[in-house]
Design a binder for this molecule. Sequence first.
Ligand SMILES: [Zn+2]
Length: 407
Amino acid sequence: MDILIKQARLSDGEALQDVGIKDGKIVAISESITENSVTVIEAQGRVLIPGLVESHIHLDKALIADRKPNKSGTLQEAISVTAELKPTFTEEDIYARAKRALEMIISHGVTAVRTHAEFDPAQGFSGFKTIMKLKEEYRDLIDMQIVAFPQEGIFKAPGTEKMMYEAMEMGADVVGGIPYNDAPADKHIDLVFEIAKKYDKDIDLHQDFSDEATDISIEYLCKKTIAENYHGRVSVGHLTALHALEPERLNEIIALMAEAQISVMALPATDLHLGARNDLYNVRRAVTPIRKLRDVGVNVCLATNNIRNAFTPYGNGDLMQIAMLAIPVGHLGGADDLPTVLPMITDNPAKALGLQHYGLQVGDNADLVLLDTKVKADAIIDIPERNYVIKNGKITVEVKKEVTIFK
Ligand SMILES: [Zn+2]
C-alpha cells in the first residue's frame, strides 16, 4: 500500500478503522490492516472525511479589497467597483492572486472546486485563460471545474454572447449565467440552455440575488430545466430572494426545485455582507432558506463565493468557517441539524458537481482529510486543524501544531 491510515474515526459510535490507499484509491477499510505500507499515518481516533468540495468561488477576483473599497456595502456598488477594476487586471496580477486563493483553499482541505471565471468585452479573456492555466498546473492537487461566467450580463454587455461560445470552445466545463443582472431574465436562461445543450454541459447560475422576491426567475428556470430534461444538471448560487417569499408561494417554488433536482449553493459570507443594506431595523439575514430547502429534499451546498473583494471583504479560504457561519444564520445548530451541515461541504457539493467515485468506501478516490478532532459531530464546530490532506492517494498538505502553555 502507498498510505495506511491507522485507527481513524469514520463515524461516531462505531469502531475505529484502518484505511488503506494504493494507486490513488481506497483499497481497504477494516478494524485492523496488517499489510505493509510505504507511509503510515497514526490517526489515533481522529476523524477522517472525504475531501472538502468548494462548489462556488471566484478565484479571478480574489484578494483585491484594498484596491477600491465598496463603501455602501451594496451589491450594486460591489458590481460597479469590480467592473471598474477589471480592465486594469494584468494576466500576471490575476495569476498571482488566483494562485494564492487556490493554495488557501487547498491548505484547508479542498480537493475539488468549481470556480466561476468571468469575461466581458472590456476585460476580454485574461481572467478566464489564467484560470484555465491554473487548472492544468494544479491538477495533481485539486480537481477544478471552470464555469464560463458572464458577470456583466449577456445582452446588456453586447459581444458577450459570442464570448460564451468561445469560452466553451476553449474548454469551459460548465455554462454560467446571471439572469438577475441581465434583461430579460428568461431570454438569458434560454440562451444558457442553448449553449449547455450544444456542448452537453451542466449549468450553474447566479440566481435571484436580492432582498426582495418581486422579480425572480427561479420558477422559470425550474420549468425550463424540466422541459429540457436537464434534471440534476442545474445549480444556482445565492437565491437569497426566496427568503422574502410567503410560505405558501415558497413551498410551491421549492417543490418545483426538488422536481427539477436543482442544487443550491448558499453563500452566507457574501449574502450577509451585501444583503439587507436598506433595512434600518430588524435587519434580515438575507440568506437562502437552507433548512426549508433541505427538508424538502433540495441538494443544499455551502460555499465561499469571494475572498477579500468588494463582494466579501474578508475570508481565508476555509470552507469550515463558512459552514460554521451558516450554523447560527440558518438555525442549523440543533442536535438533528448539526450532522446535516458537514455534508453541505462534502457529499452534497460532490453530487452537484457530478464527482465520480467520491466518498469513503473501498473503490472511492483517495481524496481525504484527517481532522484534528475525535468526534465527527463536532467536525464543523471545532473548526479543527486539517492535519493531513490527501489527493489522488498522495499527501498534499501536512499541518502539525504544538501548543505549549506555561503555568
Ligand atoms: Zn458568485
